[in-house]
Design a protein around this ligand. Structure first.
Ligand code: PGA
Length: 256
């Protein structure tokens, strides 16, 4: 049975104290999770240690990071390596988020190296892909996303795919309040699964969680998570408020 995952991406939000308060609130309201219905919380780096201690008492809630560097170590001022994340008990790392692709000029080759660093250090990767509005308007989103997946993941042997989660995040839906329709999300998730099946096999594709991201909130989570190929969400804005994030987690728990 493939995992369902709701992952919080706090981005560059919340101070240490605000982060602690939020995790405390989540702790109080967290529904019962299982090994196949899990939550990931990816706070900023400075919160990792504190959040890790707070999560110690929470079953099936895992620590995530928002990025890692593509080299193992060295003179990269201000950067954080996959080994450092591993030592901070991080279990998941977000790689290739569209904000990093755009603002930090991360290209496909760099992202593929990050994937390798993360896997080499025992981390699970939440690999982000998704098209900008002009690509959606030109109706070439399937080819666009396929090429991101090919460049970022297809160098991996089948055995590494167990540690990969894909997050489809149409850029035009991130932080805009404009969500992909359930048909748009399902069509793309199905396409992504077929791309994985063609390169690897149906078994690998069936086992891979594919998350939706982009203005996911309690009011639309249930219908998105009801789609056959949508296995949860990567949540930005709505993960910063305990009530909203818990509402999305409840929708995952309730989903078949
Ligand atoms: P959003 O962000 O939920 O605020 O749209 C999602 C993401 O960028 O991961």
């Amino acid at each position: 049975m493939r995992k369902k995952i709701v992952a919080a991406n706090w981005k560059m939000n919340l101070t240490l104290h605000e982060g602690a308060d939020l995790v405390n609130e989540l702790f109080k309201g967290m529904p019962t999770l299982t090994e196949s219905k899990i939550v990931v919380i990816a706070p900023p780096y400075v919160n990792l240690h504190q959040t890790s201690s707070q999560l110690a008492g929470m079953m099936n809630v895992h620590l995530g990071a928002q990025n890692c560097h593509h080299e193992a170590a060295g003179a990269y001022t201000g950067e954080i390596s996959a080994a450092m994340l591993q030592s901070a008990e991080v279990a998941y790392v977000i790689v290739g988020h569209s904000e990093r692709r755009e603002y930090c000029k991360e290209d496909d080759a760099t992202i593929a190296k990050k994937v390798n660093q993360a896997l080499a250090h025992g981390l699970n990767v939440i690999f982000c892909c998704g098209e900008p509005l002009e690509i959606r308007d030109a109706d070439t989103q399937n080819q666009y996303v396929e090429s991101q997946i090919k460049a970022g993941l297809f160098h991996l042997g089948e055995e590494r795919l167990d540690n990969i989660v894909i997050a489809y995040e149409p850029i035009w839906a991130i932080g805009t309040g404009r969500t992909a329709s359930t048909t748009q999300a399902q069509d793309m998730h199905k396409h992504i699964r077929s791309v994985i099946a063609a390169q690897y096999d149906a078994h690998v594709a069936d086992a891979m969680p594919i998350l939706y991201g982009g203005s996911c909130k309690p009011s639309n989570a249930a219908e998105l998570f009801a789609c056959a190929d949508v296995d949860g969400g990567l949540i930005g804005g709505a993960s910063l408020k305990a009530g909203e994030f818990l509402g999305i987690i409840e929708a995952m728990v309730a989903a078949n």
